[in-house]
Design a protein around this ligand. Structure first.
Ligand code: AKG
Length: 246
C-alpha cells in the first residue's frame, strides 16, 4: 500500500465512510481548472461538445440563464481535471482504499451555481451504480474548486451509514433522481464538511450523503472522481489507471 493515506486516516475512513483531506491539491492546479472552465454554463449552452453529458438546473423562471447542474466526463473539458484524475497523488490515495487494480468509473463537475444551484438529495452512490455482477467496492472523491460551507451547499455525510447496507431509494427521471425518502432536508445525524479550494473528501459507495441548495452569491463548483476495482462488474471501468487490466 502507498503511504499518502496514513493508517489513522484509513481507520477514520473505515469508521465514518468518508475522509476529509485538506489541501489535497495545490492551489495552482485549481487555478488552472478555474481558467479551463471559465464561462462553462454559457459555452455549453451555446455549443455543447461531444463526449460530455450535461444535466441542467431546471428553473421555472424564464429570466434565469441556463445553469449546468452536473457535467459528466469532465476530463473532456479540462485537461487539468484529466491530469488530476490520473495523478500519482490521487491514485496512491485511491489504492489505499480499494487496492492496486483500479479503474476510472467517471469524473464529473458539479457546478452548483451561486443563488441557483439546487440541493443534492440524500443518497448512497451505490443506489445509482448497482448492476448485475458488481459490488459496492467503488470509492468517490470530491475535490473543491471553490471554497464551500453550508450556505453554498458543502457536502454532508451521515457518519457510519455505509455499514447500514443499501437503503430503499425513490426514483424519478431527473438528474439526481435516485434519493432517500424526504429528498433533501437538514438531518441531525449528518455532518457538514466545509472545504477550501483544493481540499478532497473521499467517500465510500454506501455512505449516505447530500448537500443543501446554494443560497449564497458564491459558486460552489466541485469535481467528483469515482474509481472502481478493475473487473468489478462487466463494462463498468471507463479506463484502467493502475495495476492489472482485469
Ligand atoms: O454535489 C454534491 O454536493 C454531491 C454530489 C454527489 O453526491 C455525487 O456526485 O454523488
Amino acid at each position: 500500500m502507498k503511504a499518502s493515506i496514513t493508517d489513522r486516516e484509513l481507520a477514520s475512513f473505515e469508521a465514518d465512510g468518508y475522509l476529509h483531506c485538506p489541501g489535497f491539491f495545490e492551489s495552482s492546479l485549481i487555478d488552472s481548472v478555474d481558467a479551463e472552465i471559465e464561462n462553462l454554463h454559457d459555452r455549453m449552452a451555446a455549443a455543447p461538445i461531444d463526449g460530455v453529458g450535461i444535466s441542467w438546473e431546471s428553473f421555472d423562471r424564464p429570466d434565469v440563464p441556463q445553469r449546468i447542474r452536473q457535467l459528466m466526463h469532465s476530463e473532456v473539458v479540462s485537461q487539468t481535471l484529466n491530469a488530476m484524475l490520473r495523478s500519482a497523488r490521487m491514485l496512491d490515495a485511491i489504492e489505499s482504499f480499494i487496492g492496486p487494480d483500479l479503474s476510472l468509473y467517471h469524473s464529473k463537475l458539479l457546478m452548483k451555481a451561486a443563488n441557483d444551484g439546487t440541493a443534492i438529495p440524500w443518497h448512497q452512490d451505490y443506489a445509482y451504480w448497482k448492476k448485475a455482477g458488481n459490488r459496492p467496492l467503488m470509492v468517490n472523491c470530491m475535490v473543491a474548486i471553490d471554497s464551500t460551507d453550508i450556505d453554498n451547499g458543502c457536502p454532508e455525510f451521515v457518519a457510519g451509514s455505509h455499514h447500514w447496507g443499501l437503503q430503499e431509494h425513490e426514483r424519478e427521471q431527473t438528474s439526481f433522481g435516485v434519493f432517500l425518502p424526504g429528498h433533501y432536508q437538514a438531518r441531525d445525524d449528518a455532518t457538514a464538511i466545509p472545504m477550501a479550494r483544493g481540499d478532497a473528501v473521499f467517500f465510500n459507495a454506501l455512505v449516505i450523503h447530500g448537500s443543501a441548495p446554494n443560497t449564497s452569491s458564491r459558486d460552489r463548483r466541485a469535481n467528483t472522481f469515482a474509481y472502481n476495482v478493475t473487473g468489478n462488474g462487466e463494462g463498468q471501468c471507463r479506463e484502467v489507471l493502475r495495476g492489472e487490466a482485469g
